[in-house]
Design a protein around this ligand. Structure first.
Ligand code: FE
Length: 348
């Protein structure tokens, strides 16, 4: 038996069918798919429910923290019941590929709709939703004309004005990985030192905390992912909406000779142990369909990975942007070096 007993209690059953016992032949049954997701249930289950209903496939979902889920996949090995793995950030998707828990695949649909730079170069994972890492600023204290690039954030004119989270965060590691690609290691190390010298405070908290700190006057500039800002604008808490109203979003590196804003993805791969590979492909095609991509924009304020879908409404006033088209595979490949440089540069 390849499969082992798994804890039913950990599964969220998305079909309305009666609870089934895992660890039996049911795991092998066709018309079924097992999803491990590092995204919260609210950010995936509604789509899985639609897919399950439309295709008469039973979808079993386990959610967990990104690193814990990857470790679980590794330790389960061939016995893992998972068919697909969903996680956030190309750096983490790369780690999953390197760990041997994914397998390459393609579909006609994916080949057609997913841009080259938003998927693994060997087909081990594909982007599901896109976000940019941008500059949020207080227009009362910062003039947009003084902002330009990520590189410029190391300029001494920003001394004591910048909030950004710690170097242990994968989003920052991937940003630095993209800068290594664009500017080289030596220049990136100098950039890190300059940026750290401009910190308003030692890094603490997540992206939302940096945005709130900028609105509260702790700093004038925050670096964060787009959806965290968009989310505040749609919050039912007046204090969150006040934060959104107080700040503006700036797209870095937009000039003609610049590479564009750093983007990253939430992404999906088929596990090496998958028993339901055909269902997995069908599900991934569904998640990259027009319908699903619209849902990501609406529910999590994320940008689509396919053409022809409107950007999130909450961020529409900030317009279109030019994205850095560097292959996201490179972010994973440069991750180790990025972490090393951040350490050397004193980014806590
Ligand atoms: Fe996030």
């Amino acid at each position: 038996m390849k499969r082992q007993t798994i804890k039913t209690s950990l599964f969220t059953l998305t079909s309305t069918a009666a609870l089934m016992t895992f660890g039996s032949a049911s795991v092998h049954a066709s018309g079924e798919i097992n999803v491990y997701s590092a995204r919260s249930e609210a950010l995936i289950k509604p789509l899985l429910d639609i897919y399950a209903k439309e295709n008469n496939v039973k979808v079993n979902l386990i959610t967990g923290k990104a690193d814990a889920l990857l470790n679980r996949l590794k330790s389960e090995g061939d016995a893992s019941p998972a068919d697909v793995f969903i996680t956030v950030d190309a750096g983490r998707l790369y780690r999953a590929k390197e760990a041997g828990v994914l397998q390459p695949f393609e579909t006609k649909h994916l080949n057609k709709v997913i841009p080259e730079h938003l998927k693994d170069r060997d087909g081990y994972w594909y982007g599901l939703s896109q976000r940019a890492r941008v500059i949020l600023y207080n227009p009362e204290t910062v003039s947009a004309s003084d902002l330009s690039t990520y590189e410029d954030l190391a300029d001494p004119k920003w001394k004591g004005k910048i909030c950004i989270r710690s170097s242990s965060n994968i989003y920052n590691q991937s940003l630095v990985a993209s800068m290594i690609e664009a500017d080289g290691e030596k220049q990136t190390l100098e950039w890190i030192k300059g940026l750290v010298a401009n910190f308003a405070r030692p890094p603490a908290g997540g992206d939302t905390d940096q945005i709130k700190a900028a609105a509260a006057g702790v700093c004038d500039i925050a670096v964060a992912n787009t959806y965290y800002f968009g989310r505040l604008g749609l919050s039912n808490k007046a204090s969150d909406r006040a934060v959104f109203d107080k700040l503006k979003m700036f797209w870095p590196n937009q000039a003609d000779n610049e590479r564009g804003a750093h983007v990253n993805v939430s992404g999906i791969g088929i596990t090496a142990s998958a028993n339901n590979k055909d269902n997995a492909k069908q599900l991934i095609d569904f998640l990259t369909s027009q319908q699903s991509q619209e849902w990501y924009a609406k529910v999590n304020n994320e940008y689509p990975v396919i053409d022809g879908v409107a950007p999130p409404k909450s961020l529409a006033t900030f317009g279109e942007f030019k994205a850095d088209k560097v292959s996201l595979s490179v972010l994973g490949e440069n991750n180790r070096q990025a972490v090393k440089l951040m350490d050397q540069g004193g980014w806590k």
